[in-house]
Design a protein around this ligand. Structure first.
Ligand code: PHE
Ligand code: NA
Length: 452
């Protein structure tokens, strides 16, 4: 083997991790969860979880990647061997790969919806449309396996093409172009939301904290969201961490990733709720917030159709920079383990995800009822897939925290952290005690829901 592959610049890991973190989780999931769970109280718990659970695990996961300089599966094998710890820890790598595989399969289908809406907006077919028409348009999309499949195929091929070109020519150059562009588009949409919508109502909704608004369910969703939004527990961060410069600070980088991700979720929330409230609609619309409520607002406001199109380009781009971080860990594993060429490895990964994506595609139409998962779990096949990842992510995070906190040798951890000061001690305390307790709590509460 040649010398280990490293990002071109010291700051590239930060760029790549932010690219992974900022995605549908920020633009689609965060706003609708906040809307469903009463606004400010949800955000308070979410921010707290990011600080005491998300950031410590983010540090731990990038540490494992950089200490091994391998793909997650091979990296965990290497770390357990070189530390003489139980090979059971290797399950971290495998669980991560399974989670990444499943998540990409449905992430791609949902990102595909944004492709459809970009077309709907720019073609002008929604201008002047009534709320009913726009609501029906979403129903029509979901009812069409052909359309869903076309967009899913397009999106997953685009993700594969970028990763297939390699970590420098593909991922790095792609991100260096896409990330600033996405940020710029977000600012345009935000400015539009403030001018055309009701930003004051949006701010009030997002930043008024009333803890009694929040159910236990809301607490759990806030914690789950903090994992999803930081891309934790499935090897994405570990895979990118393997290419991280030895000089970059793990702690400082993780704090930046979490900060940027949170600020972007909040800015998106302000823009979206300003538009939604500005058109006199409600916040608690669930997953349809972005694909029904927001288009109604765009159609209702001056210049909204053009801005709506621009907004959905932002959604596609942000989803793309996340999707590539789900392709990378598995593709890198296939290259390392079987000596495949990168394009072949990527091809296998995305073909598998494409196939599994059919489950999600059909769950909205021909499999929306009467399937075996409905009989067994009272859920659609897609809901079951999503449920599985909602278990795998916290479980992966829990194991990562325990492995980095307890099983790795103190010397290695201190060498990677490049410090032994009070920050190190705080991190160690959080990763050893607080993060595992918090995650175990979420995890144990999720399991009984299997009955549906
Ligand atoms: N963090 C991404 C988002 O917020 C989703 C994601 C999860 C990406 C896990 C990669 C790995 O949309
Ligand atoms: Na995110």
């Amino acid at each position: 083997m040649s010398s280990p592959k490293i990002w071109t610049h010291k700051g590239t890991f930060l760029l790549a991790a932010v690219g992974s973190a900022v995605g549908l989780g920020n633009l689609w999931r965060f706003p609708y969860l906040t809307g469903e769970n009463g606004g400010g109280a949800f955000i308070l718990i979410y921010a707290l979880t990011i600080a005491v659970v998300g950031i410590p695990i983010l540090i731990a996961e990038s540490l494992l990647g950089r200490a091994s300089r391998k793909s997650p599966i091979m990296g965990m094998k290497y770390l357990t061997k070189s530390h003489g710890t139980s090979s059971n820890w290797q399950i971290i790598g495998w669980m991560g790969a399974v989670a990444a595989f499943i998540i990409l399969s449905f992430y791609s289908v949902i990102a595909g919806w944004a492709i459809h809406y970009t077309g709907l907006m720019f073609s002008g077919s929604l201008s002047g449309a009534s709320a009913e028409t726009i609501g029906a348009a979403f129903g029509d999309l979901l009812a069409s396996p052909g359309l869903l499949l076309t967009y899913h195929t397009l999106f997953i091929i685009a993700s594969g093409a970028i990763v297939g070109m390699g970590i420098h020519k593909g991922i790095e150059s792609g991100l260096r172009f896409m990330m600033p562009a996405l940020f710029f588009i977000l600012l345009i949409v935000l400015a539009y939301g403030i001018i055309a919508g009701d930003a004051v109502a949006a701010m009030k909704f997002l930043f008024t904290f009333n803890l009694s608004d929040l159910s236990l369910e809301g607490w759990l969703q806030a914690m789950g969201q903090s994992f999803f939004t930081l891309s934790l527990g499935m090897g994405a961060i570990m895979a990118y961490g393997a290419y991280m410069s030895s000089e970059a600070s793990l702690t400082r980088t993780a704090i930046w990733i979490a900060l940027v991700d949170t600020v972007i979720a909040l800015l998106a929330g302000i823009a979206i709720f300003a538009l939604v409230f500005g058109s006199g609609m409600e916040a608690g619309q669930g997953p349809g917030l972005m694909f029904v409520t927001l288009p109604i607002a765009f159609a209702d406001l001056p210049g909204g159709i053009l801005l709506g199109g621009i907004f959905f380009i932002l959604v596609i781009g942000a989803a793309l920079t996340s999707a590539i971080s789900l392709v990378e860990p598995v593709a890198a594993f296939l290259v390392e383990k079987y000596g495949l060429s990168r394009p072949t490895a990527v091809g296998i990964m995305i073909f598998g995800c494409w196939l599994l994506g059919l489950v999600t595609v059909f769950s909205f139409n021909i499999w929306s009822e009467g399937t075996i998962t409905h009989t067994l779990f009272n859920r659609s096949p897609f809901d079951v897939l999503e449920f599985v990842t909602n278990i795998l992510m916290p479980l992966g995070g829990l194991l990562i925290a325990l492995f980095a906190g307890w099983a790795l040798s103190r010397d290695e951890v201190i060498r990677e952290m490049a410090t032994n000061d009070q920050w190190f001690k705080i991190w160690q305390f959080l990763v050893r005690f607080i993060a595992p307790t918090a995650v175990a709590f979420v995890f144990l509460r999720t399991i009984p829901q299997v009955e549906g």
